[in-house]
Design a protein. Sequence first.
Length: 283
Amino acid sequence: MTSPALILKAWNLRPKKGWGQNFLADRSSANKIVSRSGLTTEDVVLEVGSGLGALTIPMARVVNKIYAVEKDKTLIPPLTQEIENADLTNVAILNQNILELDVAAIAEHENQPLTVMGNIPYNISSQIFVQFALNRQHLRSASLMFQKELAQRIMASPGSKAYGRLAVMASYCADVRVIAEIPATRFYPKPKVDSLVLNIAFGQQTKTLAVNETLLYKIVKASFSKRRKTLKNALSGPILQLDAATAKDQLVAAGIDPSRRAETLSVEEFVNLSNQLYAAGIR
């Protein structure tokens, strides 16, 4: 692996702090992530934030094809050069914002679900996770590197301080496990925190399905937007456009005490509440 610092210097580039650019600079860490992600020769990979190719190159030697998505246009020339130097021909570079990418279109073009990989920018990690959760019917799994604190929030259990919207969504639609811990010293520039690589196997995990997942996500968002308040007060507001009386009635109808707080609800309870509101004509 060529040092990211040397590549950037050769192209007269600097990491963009505002974009959360921290480039993986350790070959053994890259190989560990690739080997533990369960990649096969049949996989079509969607790589988030390809950067300078630290993961792209070892992955391309294993999988069928990679769509390497990189938003920073200044990184496209050095990324292209690194891939050419490695004599790889199965990488398609996309200079796009991952949050605006049509994931479904790529999966349909390839006629198979995609495997997502990436050292994702810390500043949009939550948004990326939500995007993939909503598009999971087009995905097989995802192995993504998160800031350690955010990864712990994704895996949090009800009743804990870290439990929130991401944990509910993850428990609802995926099986999540840690496959690697990468110290901050393995990046350039060095971030302030260590990272965890999570393998996210998408699939229905709860016993009860939400009749309308968009409504479920709205309810979860509203519930945790005012996490210090009771559910009755948290649900009454602009997100669901409910008044306090209606919110109370719907909670009672779903078998939930209106005085409880969001962090005490299980995923199943959120799903039941969502289905109750849907049955009542609330969208």
